[in-house]
Design a protein around this ligand. Structure first.
Ligand code: NDP
Ligand code: GDR
Length: 337
């Protein structure tokens, strides 16, 4: 039985990846942060796997800031695969807490890579780094691919560039099987509520149900390449099953503005967003990423990976899930696409 360790297992991608690996028969370990309130809503439905003598899902307290705990955990677990998904992942917030973001999102990846070497598992383990299309930042090439130069535009994306290059460097220095997945935006009903897509689908549902009137947003002209998170975790797994480690873009090769995402989401509930959306400068960023569109042809050729869900379908999936949620139908990720 293969053993995988997921950092960020309580996040959007971590929950889908845990499901995927459990369905493939893996023993799955996840690092969780101690907090005063339990924040495991996205993986609660996997509780069946964590009980009894055949338990295959195990959670461990830890933090990307705690290198000693990381070394101890890697040494005792001896995992076959590590997926580093943990991060302070909000771009706007990274301008408010840059040092923390750099420490978690950038140095945190360095801590895990060094823990791999220090714990002596470097020859056997395979490592996945959650890199981001935000690293491309200021437009240099359209569409963006693995060889497009980086021009990060936030503390978050600067930290991701550092983590990306550390991944490449540990691969080259120690012959580590380490891959960097450069993933474009991917969304789902499990997306955090402060990212723009989920903020919009939740508001569309709430306005439809008479629970909200206005939605305050920032820049509506930025364009993003949005895919469905559940499909992207499959790509992460495939990256770690190749003969040689490499870096891959996962994307849809289509781009839409925030306005177009608003169109699709409000259309799904028969409303006109222009009657409800207002501007709030608090949601602007000091530096913006104007246009992202990814070329996933390398992943298609080498991993056999392709996206299946387009932006309109994605918006509908999310709005429907939020309508259910707000009408008191229990949010059970197991029953959601
Ligand atoms: P989320 O924000 O949903 O999840 C982040 C996870 O990281 C959570 O489990 C969080 O724990 C954990 N975490 C945060 N800080 C720490 C820390 N100091 N120590 C340990 N764990 C920590 O992100 P996503 O699931 O959307 O994204 C997964 C990864 O992929 C992230 O690294 C993100 O930057 C990257 N990425 C995401 C893309 C996307 O479109 N979703 C695109 C490209 C890259 P807790 O639940 O306790 O907060
Ligand atoms: P992004 O996602 O920054 O691309 O990072 P987000 O959904 O936060 O922003 C997308 C675009 O929408 C504009 N926007 C707003 N954004 C938010 N959050 N809230 C608003 O009210 C709002 N109004 C307009 C933003 O300016 C931006 O242009 C996500 C994260 O998951 C990262 O971790 C990941 O690396 C990248 O995607 C790829």
């Amino acid at each position: 039985m293969k053993k995988a360790l997921i950092t960020g297992i309580t996040g959007q991608d971590g929950s889908y990846l845990a499901e995927l690996l459990l369905s493939k028969g893996y023993e799955v370990h996840g690092i969780v942060r101690r907090s005063s309130s339990i924040n495991r809503g996205r993986i609660d439905h996997l509780g069946q796997y964590s009980q009894g003598p055949d338990a295959r899902l195990h959670l461990h307290y830890g933090d990307l800031g705690d290198s000693v705990a990381l070394v101890k955990l890697l040494y005792s677990l001896q995992p076959d695969e590590i997926y580093n998904l943990a991060a302070q992942s909000h771009v706007r917030v990274s301008f408010d807490i840059p040092e923390y973001t750099i420490d978690t999102t950038g140095t945190g990846a360095g801590r895990i890579l060094e823990a791999i070497i220090e714990s002596g598992i470097g020859k056997k383990v395979r490592y996945y780094q959650a890199s981001s299309s935000e690293m491309f930042g200021k437009v240099q090439e359209i569409p963006q691919k693995e060889t497009t130069p980086f021009w990060p535009r936030s503390p978050y994306s600067c930290a991701k560039v550092m983590a990306h290059w550390l991944t490449v460097n540990y691969r080259e220095s120690y012959d580590l099987y380490a891959c960097s997945g450069i993933l474009f935006n991917h969304e789902s009903p499990r997306r955090g509520e402060t990212f723009v897509t989920r903020k919009i689908t939740l508001a569309a549902a709430a306005i439809k149900l008479g629970q909200q009137d206005k939605l305050y947003l920032g820049n509506l002209d930025a364009k993003r390449d949005w895919g469905f998170a559940k499909e992207y975790v499959e790509g992460m797994w495939r990256m770690l099953q190749q003969d040689e480690p490499d870096d891959f873009v996962l994307s849809t090769n289509k781009t839409y503005s925030i306005k177009e995402f608003l169109d699709a989401s409000f259309e799904a509930v028969g409303l006109d967003w222009k009657e409800h959306v207002e501007f709030d400068k608090r949601f602007l960023r000091p530096a913006e990423v104007d246009l992202l569109i990814g070329d996933y042809s390398k992943a298609k050729e080498k991993l056999g990976w392709e996206p299946k869900t387009d932006m309109k379908q994605l918006a509908k999936i999310m709005v429907d899930a939020d309508m259910d949620l707000l009408q008191g139908k229990k949010f059970d990720p197991a029953n959601r696409p």
